[in-house]
Design a protein around this ligand. Structure first.
Ligand code: ADP
Ligand code: MG
Length: 236
């Protein structure tokens, strides 16, 4: 990977530092964390339980603020941005896939996706078409009207992947997206996420505990004692 400037990378983490209260003192969870993810690049993040992976992903997704440093999304600095602006950037630039899909039980697969457009204030007819297209792409064209309770775990996660793409983001984030699936389904979902990231030129950051996402990674970074290091065990 050639070195690129922050303006060409959809996702740049710049010198993040986060400390959390720990009894009388504090525990440094992230320290001097730097990362740049290029368009169409799939970076997989590993680390032991409690190492700060979810915290790092929440900060990257603008769901939580860093103590110092910056998260630059599509060239825009977010550290000093208002909550309103951060929320707008999240809505338009960042797609998030959760561990257990986080679907709304009363909505059909198609409606789960339409809700994203509704929140963004877009036209209903446009939302319906885009939702149908995306569900087709993730292999659920025949399950569009199904409620979550009638979908398998793998199908629910496919809906989660499709939903993350609704806003046409430039950054895709996933916190253990395959953790609740059995190994063969995990591989399918990891492959689907990587394929969509490659095809759409999304900067993807996937946190994982299991091996499936590592098999589709372009790069592997590891979080330990607050520091992020690059491992050379994937890609070329
Ligand atoms: N706001 C907070 N206050 C206190 N402790 C926190 C806070 N946020 C995270 N932690 C702690 O930081 C550690 C890392 O959490 P997390 O990011 O969820 O790790 P991982 O996802 O790698 O398992 C955990 O021990 C957690 O309890
Ligand atoms: Mg976690």
């Amino acid at each position: 990977m050639t070195t690129q400037t922050s303006s060409t990378n959809p996702l740049v983490l710049d010198a993040l530092r986060v400390a959390v209260p720990d009894g009388e003192t504090e525990r440094v969870l992230l320290e001097r964390v730097d990362l740049a993810v290029a368009p169409g690049e799939v970076v997989v993040l590993t680390g032991g339980s409690g190492s700060g992976k979810s915290t790092l992903l929440a900060i990257t997704g603008l769901l939580r603020r860093t103590d110092s440093g910056d998260v630059v999304i599509a060239g825009e600095s977010t550290a000093k941005a208002s909550e309103k602006r951060r929320s707008a950037i999240r809505g338009s630039q960042i797609g998030i896939i959760y561990q257990s899909a986080n679907l709304i039980s009363s909505l059909t697969a198609r409606e789960q996706l339409e809700v994203v457009y509704h929140i963004a204030g877009k036209k209903r007819s446009e939302a319906r078409l885009r939702a149908a297209d995306l569900l087709e792409i993730v292999g659920l064209g025949h399950r569009m009207d199904a409620l979550p309770q009638h979908l398998s775990g793998g199908e629910r996660q496919r809906v989660g992947v499709a939903r993350s793409l609704m806003s046409n983001p430039s950054v895709l984030l996933a916190d253990e997206p395959t953790a609740s699936l059995d190994p063969s389904l995990s591989a399918d979902i990891a492959r689907l996420i990587a394929d969509e990231a490659h095809k759409r030129g999304l900067a993807a950051l996937l946190v994982t505990h299991d091996d499936a996402p590592l098999e589709v990674a372009d790069r592997h970074v590891h979080l330990e004692r607050g520091r992020l290091s690059e491992l050379a065990d994937v890609g070329n």
